[in-house]
Design a protein. Structure first.
Length: 798
């Protein structure tokens, strides 16, 4: 059975992992170390204070009274003072013996040295007193070392030989522990004359010849020992009941006689009391035996084994075990000592337990720290896992977002394309309507009623065209294609034109419209069409949102940090803009509130486009406004001056002559646009021919010469490179005619066209009236090549 169990345990041990085995080995080593420490401590006496303290505690708890079979007669200070000297005349002791025996004392024992001869008469008197009742007086002997340096050579110090004849002899040797305390007492001593019973053994009638030690029971109350003063005994002043039938122990308690011993419970105790307590221990059967230290050692080992380090250790269970063992180690000896004269020194058990407890605490703290670290680790891992999952989610979301963005970009591009295309498609017929209404209106013979109606159609067309243009611009803005093409332009003419065009509208509302050109130059390099768009929009808004007062258009130059600036300000004293909306109005489709749309109309696009244009020109559009006071919109652009035209004042008239005299070949494929252009140019150009394609144009060029080729950009091939090539071919075959291209595209394309041979690129869209104006100015310049050269040089053209 045991063999099978052992085999199973061995197999289990072998199958354990190396980490397990290492742990077991470490724990076994700890146990061995604890046991070794306990034995070392016990062997070196380190645990004695603990045992002594526990022993003292037991005495405290197991108190008992003396047997009242012994009375101590104290040679106290009062007795010495009464006698007037020391040592005494032995007659005093003889008298005391007589008095005590007369009162019925059983035995009279002395813890007084009678080894030296004194006054012989007195010695005789003592001898006589002893001889009265032979064998009832006990005299002391001392066993002591003959020489302090040779403690093994013992001699016995006995009373005077004749005194000893009728007396009993007993040893009054007291055993002193290494710490100076008297704990133990001996039954008897070996002496030269054979075995000598100790004083307590003799009085307690213990069989002589025993030489073992026992522990004095200090639980016996010293105060409960009956005692008399020697002086009273000597004088016969005592109660006979205190001595009758009892043993009497006479000894010194006066400190001056120096017979005190240190004891564990009673402090310094006179020797006579040490003997008395040893006597009481024997009489009460309380002569305590120390429990076998080997047995206690074994118990300590067993305790250490029970409390040994464990891997699967449950703290509560272990603490309970500690509690039980501690209670047993303290309570066990107490119960044992209460029941039997046995004293168990369980210090080693408690010490072993203390070491195990330290180990337990250490192990528990380490375990908890490990648990905390493991928990933290787990938490971190969880966190990392969580982060990984989040990262994956984010990556997935990012991918999704990317896909959505791509789709969105595609949708936006499609929308922009659609807007651009639709706007363009609307623009073409609208231009037809506009051109035709303009042609009709230019007929002086038109009846007044019809003129009003055609006027209305024209005005509506203009509004629609503006709206379409705005939408087209927004589409360009969104696709990043809203660009500006700077060229030499007449700023003053633009200001005048704006004022002229909007005066009627302002007057119809009872408003004044004032224009101040300030210190601005006439000729500047800027995108004239776009600048006009901005000014028109601002002026239109100013008139629209003002009910009373004046709208003013002021131009001036300013020297800013980045150089000279052109400032164009449009101010009104209209409804103003709330402070919190001042930035919002520059967003596309944004108005101060919905009521505005209802009352004033509009789309909320104008300012957004204007600001974007101003920024594309390298400047900005800003506003200062106060509700119900008015607004001031300011366009700030870098000022690029252009060289002044010679005879600019009379330019208008001279230009017109130059254009009228020119022969023009218009290349336009769209029949509707062709009609509009022809109608627009008819009254300004006397010699106008039309070709529907560049092929047709080149054929026409082969048959005759023209001054000017006006090419609608869409008639050039679709790809830009081809367009450039085509322009180049036209220029080469034009026999000196100036090639003018109507083009809607970014600045690089305009430059490309110029390099290819176009003398002038007019950006689209452009109203027919403006186109005529541009052509007149160009022709005039052509007539004066120097002025043209100057103008192009300032515009940065070749
Ligand atoms: P629209 O005039 O077509 O609504 P805009 O972009 O030109 O679009 O203007 C946006 C909004 O800014 C207007 O609807 C109006 O609320 C406000 N606004 C513009 N100019 C003025 C002005 N001069 N005075 C007061 N409010 C203005």
């Amino acid at each position: 059975m045991i063999g099978r169990r052992f085999l199973a345990a061995a197999r289990a041990a072998l199958s354990r992992s190396p980490v397990d085995r290492k742990g077991r080995l470490a724990r076994a080593a700890s146990l061995v170390l604890i046991v070794a420490t306990v034995f070392a401590a016990e062997g070196s006496g380190l645990l004695r204070p603990l045992d002594n303290a526990l022993g003292a505690l037991r005495f405290d708890l197991l108190r008992r009274d003396a047997s009242q079979t012994l009375t101590v007669v104290e040679i106290d200070p009062a007795s010495i003072r009464a006698a007037g000297r020391w040592p005494w005349d032995r007659e005093r002791f003889a008298q005391a013996i007589r008095n005590l025996q007369a009162a019925g004392a059983d035995t009279v024992a002395f813890d007084v040295d009678f080894s030296a001869r004194a006054d012989s008469a007195a010695d005789q008197a003592l001898l006589a007193a002893i001889a009265r009742q032979p064998g009832s007086v006990v005299l002391p002997t001392f066993v002591q070392a003959l020489d302090r340096r040779a403690p093994a050579r013992l001699v016995e110090n006995t009373p005077l030989a004749n005194l000893s004849n009728d007396a009993l002899l007993a040893s009054v040797n007291v055993l002193i522990d290494p710490d100076g305390l008297v704990r133990r007492y001996r039954y008897g001593f070996d002496s030269e004359s054979g075995g000598r019973a100790s004083m307590a053994s003799l009085l307690a009638n213990r069989s002589p010849g025993q030489t073992a030690d026992f522990l004095i029971d200090y639980g016996i109350r010293e105060k409960s020992l009956d005692h008399l003063s020697f002086e009273d005994v000597y004088r016969g002043r005592f109660d006979a009941s205190q001595v009758r039938g009892r043993s009497i122990l006479i000894g010194s308690t006066a400190q001056e006689l120096g017979d005190d011993f240190a004891t564990p419970r009673h402090g310094a105790l006179p020797g006579v009391y040490v003997h008395a307590l040893a006597y009481e221990s024997l009489v009460a059967g309380r002569d305590l035996k120390a429990l076998n230290p080997l047995l206690l050692g074994a118990l300590a080992v067993w305790s250490a084994y029970l409390l040994r380090p464990r891997s699967a250790l449950r703290l509560r269970r272990m603490l309970l075990r500690h509690l039980v063992i501690a209670a047993t180690a303290i309570g066990g000896p107490l119960a044992l000592q209460a029941a039997a004269p046995v004293s168990a020194a369980t210090g080693s058990i408690l010490f072993a337990q203390l070491l195990c407890l330290i180990w337990l605490v250490r192990h528990e703290l380490a375990r908890r720290a490990r648990a905390v670290v493991e928990a933290r680790e787990a938490h971190l891992l969880e966190l990392a896992e969580h982060m990984r999952a989040s990262r994956d989610e984010i990556l997935a979301a990012h991918d999704e977002l990317k896909a959505v963005n791509v789709a969105l970009d595609r949708a936006l591009a499609a929308r922009t394309d659609f807007l651009a295309m639709t706007s363009h498609e609307i623009r073409t017929p609208l231009n037809g309507i506009m051109g035709m209404t303009q042609v009709i209106l230019s007929d002086r013979n038109l009846p007044a009623g019809l003129r009003d109606k055609v006027d209305l159609v024209h005005a509506s067309g203009e509004t629609m065209l503006a709206l379409v243009d705005d939408i087209l611009d927004v589409a360009k803005m969104e696709s990043g294609n809203l660009t500006v093409t700077p060229a030499k332009m007449d700023l003053h003419r633009l200001l005048d034109e704006t004022t002229r065009l909007w005066t009627d509208k302002a007057q119809s509302k009872g408003l004044g419209l004032r224009c101040d050109r300030g210190d601005t130059p006439t000729w500047i390099i800027e995108d004239g069409g776009r600048l006009r768009q901005i000014l028109f929009n601002l002026t239109s808004n100013a008139i629209k949102f003002t009910e009373r007062g004046e709208v003013s258009l002021e131009a001036r130059t300013e020297l800013g940090e980045d150089g000279e600036m052109l400032v164009l300000e449009v101010s009104d004293n209209g409804i103003g803009i709330p402070a919190d909306k001042v930035e919002q109005i520059f967003e596309a489709f944004s108005q101060v509130d919905a009521g505005i749309t209802r009352k004033y109309g509009g789309t909320g696009l104008g300012l957004a486009i204007s600001r974007r244009l101003a920024r594309a020109m390298g400047g900005d559009l800003t506003v200062e406004s106060e509700l119900d006071v008015g607004s001031r919109f300011a366009v700030r652009l870098p000022l690029r001056r252009a060289a002044a035209d010679r005879g600019a004042a009379g330019a208008g008239a001279a230009d017109g002559v130059a254009l009228a005299a020119a022969s023009v070949l218009l290349i336009e494929a769209n029949p509707l646009a062709q009609g509009v252009m022809k109608a627009a140019l008819a009254s300004h150009v006397s010699d106008l021919e039309v070709a529907r394609s560049t092929v047709e144009a080149r054929a026409a060029l082969g048959s005759r010469r023209f001054d000017l080729l006006l090419v609608e950009g869409r008639c050039l091939s679709l790809g830009d490179a081809d367009a450039f090539e085509e322009v180049g071919r036209l220029a080469r075959e034009s026999a000196g005619a100036a090639v003018v291209v109507l083009w809607a595209g970014p600045a690089e394309e305009t430059a490309g066209l110029r390099r290819a041979g176009a003398r002038l690129v007019i950006p689209k869209p452009i109203a027919t009236a403006d186109l005529v104006q541009e052509l007149r100015a160009f022709r005039a310049a052509c007539e004066d090549p120097a002025a043209l050269g100057r103008a192009f040089a300032a515009a940065g053209s070749p």
